[in-house]
Design a protein around this ligand. Structure first.
Ligand SMILES: *Cc1c(COP(=O)(O)O)cnc(C)c1O
Length: 396
């Protein structure tokens, strides 16, 4: 699908000014208004399309293209790179999108540089890549540590802020070094969403995300996307989707598009409350290792404040041990003990229960929803009070 040449959507106002983010979110990807047609056409359920004669696109078979994906892909492109001709490709999940970039770009003998503190399923991908003869090198996100491993690399994979540690690396600086070495750069933008950070504007070749999280924000579907300004790279990723068949259902794609309309509203509320909660938590003696890139004294803040427009809905902190963390989660009434993040309903979990991340036993990843901030902070403080912690104020 060419990204340009569609009439709908919104690239600017009648006065030629670039539109604001809220305006862009509510109008993203909408087709040209047609009398008696809905604003956002409903999901198209089709395994195949009427196709007499020569089989030319855009719509031939359901694994290749679907009009509901097309609308969503245009919407995502308008958010990822406003006013620029880029292409987005949607996938059944974030891991499908990540795998599509890695497996379409890397060949036996290539070198790929990944974070060692990224999403917990990345090590599975590393093992698979190694089995295919790819050399995988890893280093932490913080301190731009991956830059030291770039020699001879085909692909640099960044995840910033990283999940769950919330470290941040300097995308523009790393892209500069990678590109001068001929290395492609992909950024997992899941935590930030395109309203928090635009990797393509910072020079990255691919912006990749799990749209299961804050992008769609209701905790009711899995989805992923890849966006790139390079038509050849887009074609290779689209080809991979066809090969692997990791396609989203039309219903999920439509729900996702519907959810994008509130992306700015949700982001503004969730990010503001996350900062409020971070300030409340840092006064607490039982909380250590509090991380939120929006806190002015957070180790990530300096770089984050340059490349991010919003700091996200997730914060992390550590309680003294596993038992305190479990009792804290049990004592919450407005926060579900559940994995994933970015949804309108707050969730939190003891991340160590999965065994995949290098985190302390008492480490809690907390995703701030759209509840009233006073209610959420009161619920969290009440649960902490219930721990009856009497230790000294912890540092760090
Ligand atoms: C959740 C997540 C993924 C995987 O996404 P799925 O939609 O669950 O496949 C990838 N990267 C990050 C940073 C994530 O948080």
């Amino acid at each position: 699908m060419p990204a340009s040449g569609h009439e709908g959507g919104l690239q600017g106002t009648a006065t030629g000014r670039e539109t604001g983010e809220g305006t862009r979110a509510v109008r993203a990807g909408l087709p040209e208004p047609l009398k008696y047609e809905p604003t956002l056409p409903g999901p198209v359920f089709a395994a195949h399309y009427h196709l007499p004669g020569e089989p030319t696109g855009p719509y031939t078979y359901g694994r290749d293209e679907n009009p509901t994906w097309t609308h969503l892909e245009r919407a995502i492109s308008e958010l990822e790179a406003p006013g620029r001709p880029v292409e987005s490709v949607v996938f059944a999940s974030g891991m499908a999108a990540i795998s599509a970039v890695a497996l379409s770009q890397l060949r036996a003998g290539d070198v790929a540089v990944f974070p060692d503190d990224g999403y917990q399923a990345l090590p599975l991908l590393h093992d698979q890549l190694r089995a295919y003869g790819v050399e995988v090198r890893t280093a932490p996100t913080g301190g731009n540590a991956q830059r030291k491993l770039l020699s001879g690399a085909k692909l640099l994979w960044l995840e910033t802020p990283s999940n769950p540690g919330l470290d941040v690396c300097d995308i523009r600086a790393l892209v500069g070094e990678a590109h001068s070495a001929g290395t492609l750069v992909a950024v997992d933008n899941t935590l930030a969403t395109p309203l928090g950070q635009r990797p393509l504007d910072l020079g990255a070749d691919f912006s990749v995300a799990s749209d299961t999280k804050g992008m769609t924000g209701h905790g009711d579907l899995l989805l992923g996307h890849v966006t790139t300004a390079d038509a050849e790279l887009a074609a290779s990723v689209r080809r991979w989707r066809k090969i692997a068949g990791a396609i989203p259902g039309p219903m999920e794609a439509w729900l996702a598009h519907r959810s994008l309309a509130t992306l700015q509203l949700r982001n503004d509320r969730q990010c503001a409350t996350a900062l409020t909660l971070a300030y409340a938590l840092r006064e607490r003696p039982e909380v250590s290792g509090l991380r939120y890139p929006g806190l002015p004294d957070d180790p990530s803040h300096r770089v984050a404040s340059v490349q991010m427009r919003r700091y996200g809905s997730v914060l992390s902190f550590t309680l003294p041990d596993r038992e305190h963390a479990e009792r804290f989660l049990d004592g919450l009434h407005l926060v579900d003990d559940a994995t994933s993040f970015g949804g309108v309903r707050s969730t939190a979990e003891r991340r160590g229960r999965w065994g995949g991340d290098a985190v302390p036993e008492g480490f809690v990843r907390f995703s701030v929803g759209a509840e009233d901030p006073e209610d959420l902070v009161a619920d969290v403080l009440h649960s902490l009070d219930g721990l009856g912690f009497t230790g000294n104020r912890r540092t760090g």
